[in-house]
Design a protein around this ligand. Structure first.
Ligand code: DGJ
Length: 678
């Protein structure tokens, strides 16, 4: 059970399976982060000091939980001393003069949330959310993701240099280039085993995570909002609250760390994680800016026959938005495309048995728009701005801009009876006012939070030119995320693997689109495209008016199959059985006594059975044909792979059901989310 204990100078925070221990001795010293330790054991641990003397060293560099001196990146720019600490249920607060450090254990998970609050009057530059100190390891390896538009989530595993390594977004948004999480190990952990330490920052503006490895052998992780320290002055009564920089220790490899992050998000971060996300249709790849009421009605009629449950009209429905050059900011239906407004289309979609949703990009404006002509001062750029996709960023640190956005969004949701918004963001900041790099994202959070409060039934998809704004801050106020504009199924295996390193598969939207793929030009068989998209929240994004009758029949069958097992994918625990870059890649999901295995062969002739994970060794499992397998054999010898290599990508999905009493996966401590109380 999660609990916090203190003997006055040593404090231990117990998560479901781990312990984080601190010593309060003037400053806050990190004592232990790893497997369970009792308070007495932690109290007996020595405080760490550099073995190399004090002359040229910071004596506790790399072991200070909130460093304000020494030669590591400071968490705060003036000296701080411990004045006391309090424990309230699952939360520890350490008081350090003007700064309070918060630590919150999330019961049933191994995640500890940390953040810091500065109380005015105070003047400072550096202000970290938290600093996580690893135990001293023989070596350190850093795992993280990099990328760009249409290539998000490239997993990198590199030896950690003795240096300050900063992962950063200087773009005012989470970014495609890097994502605010890290995993560290000693170089020997695998997907299935070995200790892994991880931290993730819940912030969607500019951010930084600095991983510091000292020559004395320590490693620490500093997370902060903003790409650089910024001078801040708080008056009496004012306070500045940092984002959460959550930390997690997992003893069972990178896969174990991923499952622990997913479990945490599903229990504590995502607002409606217990819901099962509908199969959606999105018009973007079919019609781009060529949106008409008649065309969308036609697509909706086909989508409904396939089993689609949510129909989403993407860009091009409003203002003079017939290309990306004009109309952003003018959020009223284009009168020549929707002469009677959106209601007729929305009602038609609903009459077909689907919910209706729309694309919006509230933070942006085309200079060629009525909004910009009326309010040229509403953009955040100072002076002439670099033009990116012919659009500028509206300044959400301004009260009037936020009120304007909330008013039209509220009216749009109300008037069209929207069930869903895809909230896009298609350019990073340039030439921004200094306060915008952090403040804009906080303004966006406020607008989303207020909109959700007014429309509790509204569901929102986070999007930023694909997966450019996926992080714990955005996932806390949206229901799903558009993973990437790259819908090529082969590329998607890697992109989706990168996404699920940290983020829950139940939030990962994946569309089946046309072949050849519009971005890569690659031809991939339709079943393979479906089988890759069915590993997340399934959507259809192709031009259905051009699909053949046999393709439509296949789509009906595969959407039906997905609806049979999607609760396992969206709420279950994920085991990535084979790497994303293997010729034969494979994933497995478990929920209760149900298992779904995905096998995707891209190349090669590897037919090695897939050794499954997290089953009941004493149980037996039946596939859909009634063939029986023992749990022990599936885990020790593996599930036979039946994928003849025909020179083109081939794939299969195997559903297994436990016979007799359902077994809840125990080995990783992951609980059955269907039994969750939220
Ligand atoms: C970028 C998104 O990622 C796409 O899916 C689409 O919505 C376009 N924007 C529309 O402009």
């Amino acid at each position: 059970m999660a609990h916090i204990e203190s003997d006055g100078s040593t404090v231990v925070l117990h998560t479901a399976r781990t312990t984080y221990a601190l010593r309060l001795e003037g400053s806050v010293m990190a004592l232990h982060w790893g497997d369970r330790l009792s308070l007495a054991d932690a109290a007996a641990l020595p405080s760490w000091r550099s073995p190399f003397g004090d002359t040229f060293e910071g004596p506790i560099d790399g072991a200070s939980d909130f460093p304000t001196s020494g030669f590591v990146p400071p968490a705060f720019s003036s000296p701080l001393a411990v004045e006391g600490h309090e424990i309230h249920d699952d939360t520890l607060i350490i008081r350090l003069g003007p700064v309070d450090l918060h630590y919150r254990v999330r019961p049933g998970t191994d995640v500890i949330e940390r953040w810091s609050v500065v109380h005015g009057p105070a003047a400072f530059t550096d202000h970290a959310a938290a600093v996580w100190c690893l135990p001293q390891l023989e070596d350190y390896r850093l795992s993280h993701v990099t990328g760009g538009w249409a290539r998000e989530g490239t997993l990198r595993r590199t030896p950690l240099p003795v240096a300050e390594t900063t992962l950063v977004s200087r773009r005012g948004v989470t970014s495609h280039a890097s994502n605010p999480w890290v995993m560290l190990d000693d170089g020997t952990a695998t997907e299935q085993s070995g200790p892994v330490w991880s931290a993730a920052l819940a912030f969607s503006g500019s951010w930084r995570i600095t991983v510091t490895r000292t020559d004395a052998g320590r490693c620490s992780l500093l997370g902060a909002a903003g790409h650089a320290a910024a001078g801040t002055r708080l008056d009496e009564g004012e306070e500045l609250v940092s984002p959460v920089f959550a930390g997690l220790y997992a003893a069972d490899g990178f896969g174990g760390a991923s499952r622990a992050w997913h479990e945490y998000q599903n229990r504590y971060v995502r607002p409606h994680a217990g819901e099962t996300r509908p199969v959606l249709y999105n018009s973007w790849e079919a019609t781009a800016f060529d949106v008409t009421e008649e065309g969308q009605c036609g697509l909706a009629e086909i989508a409904a026959k396939l089993g689609v449950e949510l129909f989403v009209v993407d860009d091009g429905w409003f203002g003079a938005r017939t290309s990306d050059r004009a109309g952003l900011g003018d959020w009223h239906p284009n009168p020549s495309r929707f002469p009677s407004g959106l209601r007729p289309l929305a009602d038609h979609v609903r009459s077909l048995g689907m919910e209706f949703g729309l694309w919006v990009e509230p933070e942006m404006v085309n200079p060629d728009s009525d909004l910009f002509r009326e309010h040229p001062d509403w953009v955040l750029h100072r002076g002439p701005a670099t033009s990116l996709r012919h659009q500028l960023v509206l300044d959400f640190t301004r009260d009037d801009v936020r009120e304007w956005a909330l008013a039209w969004l509220d009216e749009l949701v109300r008037s069209a009876g929207l069930a869903f918004l895809k909230w896009d963001f298609n350019r990073p900041f340039t030439e921004a006012r200094p306060e915008s790099w952090v403040g804009h994202a906080i303004g966006v959070y406020e607008v989303i939070d207020r909109l959700r409060a007014r429309h509790p039934g509204l569901r929102i998809e986070a999007c930023a030119g694909g997966g450019g704004r996926v992080d714990l801050g955005m996932l806390a106020r949206t229901d799903q995320a558009w993973t990437s504009d790259n819908t090529d199924a082969l590329d998607r295996i890697k992109i989706q693997s990168g996404y699920t390193q940290t983020y829950a598969p139940g939030s990962m939207v994946a569309w089946v689109t046309d072949s050849p793929n519009p971005i890569t030009g690659r031809r991939v068989p339709l079943p393979f495209r479906f089988h890759v998209a069915m590993a997340g929240v399934l959507g259809i994004g192709g031009d259905l008016s051009r699909w053949t009758p046999s393709e439509l029949d296949l789509a009906i069958a595969l959407i039906g199959e997905y609806r049979e097992f999607r609760d396992v994918v969206q709420h279950g625990s994920l085991h990535r059985l084979r790497p994303a870059d293997a010729g034969l890649s494979a994933w497995q999901y478990n929920l209760g006594g149900r298992t779904v295995v995905f096998a995707w062969r891209v190349s090669g002739a590897d037919n090695a059975p897939l050794r499954l994970r997290g089953l009941d060794p004493g149980g037996s499992y039946a596939d859909k044909s009634g063939r029986l397998f023992s749990g022990a054999a599936l885990m020790a010898a593996g599930l036979p792979v039946d994928l003849p290599f025909r020179g083109e990508p081939v794939s299969e999905i195997v559903q297994l059901t436990a016979q007799g009493d359902p077994f809840t996966e125990q080995e990783s401590g992951v609980s059955d989310p269907s039994a969750r109380s939220k």
